[in-house]
Design a binder for this molecule. Sequence first.
Ligand SMILES: Cc1cc2nc3c(=O)[nH]c(=O)nc-3n(C[C@H](O)[C@H](O)[C@H](O)COP(=O)(O)OP(=O)(O)OC[C@H]3O[C@@H](n4cnc5c(N)ncnc54)[C@H](O)[C@@H]3O)c2cc1C
Length: 414
Amino acid sequence: MLRTGVAIVGGGFSGVAVAAQLARCADDGVAVTLFEPDPLGRGAAYGTRHREHLLNTRAAAMSAFDGEPDHFVRWLGSRGAPERFVSRQLYGDYLSEIARQAFERPQFSHVSDRVRAISESASGGFVLGTDRGTQFESELLVLATGTPLPSDGFLPASLKRHRGYVADPWRFDYRVVGGHVLLAGTGLTALDALVALDACGHRGAVHLVSRHGRFPAVHAEPPVRYDVVPALDAADARALVRSFRRQVGAAAERGFDWRSVVDAVRPESEALWRRLPRRERARFDRHVRSHWERVRHRAPQQVDAVRDRYARSGRLHVHAGRIVDAGDAYVTVRKAGGSEVRLSPDWIVNCTGIGRTHTFGLDPAEYAGRMWCTGALLRGERFESTAVPELRVSAAEVAAEVLYALRARVSLTG
Ligand SMILES: Cc1cc2nc3c(=O)[nH]c(=O)nc-3n(C[C@H](O)[C@H](O)[C@H](O)COP(=O)(O)OP(=O)(O)OC[C@H]3O[C@@H](n4cnc5c(N)ncnc54)[C@H](O)[C@@H]3O)c2cc1C
């Protein structure tokens, strides 16, 4: 059995960010092992095969380090301006470079293998078994397994047997696609699929299906920063929405776009969420969250321009409804009004968004002080746990707690 002090499972943004923080601050002799079967720093978002896929956040907001806001912009140099949306591949290069530097540190290692199972060890640590059959024992554990593939439980089973079905829209190579395409979903992932298809010279029709048939909102150019921190009423979900609308109205009167208000609310959103009574959080999730996410996670204008080009060439067909049946050569969509439309796609891409996360059957609450979850894995627990500006804070918090736990152990045993 191999031994390590800290095991990090997952080397996308979050696993790399935690490792980098530890490499900067850990005392001599600390051993850190990160498990990631794929190249470091790529994950679902930055492992795309298409350089046309852009960040949907401006470069200025994408530093990997909390407290060093211009770290990414300095790394970018002349390759991109702070207010631009640069290529996600380029951002993956940035994270790879951060990982390379972190793993230069003695006793920091990357194991290029997938963790299959984790259990508690006899000494109160963890035993990790990998796909290749190696076993590691670690004192502390950080789970950063991130963004699972889109859920498919609500799609007809026969759709998933279609020969052109694509379950992973993020790592898929769109160059192989020809003919008619059906995208299940109309969010940022569906727009990404359109961008990749367009870049690969696709000339067929694209049908998109989602419950509401709505696309994400689009970023303003140039961005305008709101000069007020909006005061919102979080007594209940309805009061929250009302006070937000009032703020948007007040901002408009002073010539500020609604996007400025959304961006000004964002740093406060976690605190607002915690102030909402628990019952009201469930109401917010049911009635408001999808609207909030549509305005909060916006598409760059270049991306929306591709959608517009498809639409103007008559090749874009949007259906508000759901897929109810599928066979080898057809897919049936039931529209919101009850009517049905039958499509014959050559390819079907699941763009329904991030699926359910898993923590190897371990309950983090049971292992407080020895085990942490970070990154996209915290979706559901935190109000915002999707994008880098929040994930880097979570990574820094986890690294600080890991360091504290390591030092406490040394002082107890020393
Ligand atoms: C398509 C897409 C675009 C995005 N664009 C942006 C953007 O522009 N700006 C922004 O701020 N945010 C963006 N995001 C949000 C994005 O999720 C985060 O920025 C970040 O990538 C999440 O990091 P993570 O480490 O939590 O998860 P991931 O990046 O998903 O990394 C998880 C890693 O864990 C590994 N893993 C999983 N299971 C195991 C296992 N059992 N053993 C070992 N390794 C394992 C996976 O291989 C993966 O590399 C985007 C997300 C997606 C999906």
